[in-house]
Design a protein around this ligand. Structure first.
Ligand code: SF4
Ligand code: SF4
Length: 108
């Protein structure tokens, strides 16, 4: 039981109302779509509700992976923890500057 509790440490309760971004985050969550099972376990944990299913046109499969709406992400790391501890290991947290350079996306 103690081991189990330690395993789930850092995974918050689900929030009732999604919040909104207030400042530029230090980290960005990026889903490795090749590793994501599309289970959507991470989705309700996001405090700003910015995880969505990849449009079905991109993957012709019954359960597509998820993606992050980067402009709304606050870099809280909850999704990465949830994915690693409860399901798979498909989300990486990347420093925002590195993210902007790699993906040529400017985060405000
Ligand atoms: S919990 Fe992980 S595997 Fe499941 S949908 Fe989210 S990113 Fe994908
Ligand atoms: S790090 Fe994950 S859980 Fe946190 S705001 Fe970004 S997408 Fe949502």
């Amino acid at each position: 039981m103690v081991k189990l509790k330690a395993h789930y440490k850092g995974i918050p309760e689900l929030s009732e109302e999604p919040g909104k971004k207030k400042k530029k985050p230090k980290l960005m969550a990026v889903v490795d779509e090749d590793n994501c099972t599309g289970c959507q376990v991470c989705v309700p944990f996001c405090p700003v509700d910015c995880i969505e299913t990849v449009p079905t046109e991109k993957y012709d499969i019954p359960i597509p992976p998820v993606q992050i709406r980067f402009d709304e992400c606050i870099g809280c790391q909850i999704c990465a923890r949830v994915c690693t501890k409860l399901t798979w290991d498909a989300i990486r947290m990347i420093p925002t500057a590195e993210f902007e350079e790699t993906y040529n996306i400017l985060i405000s």
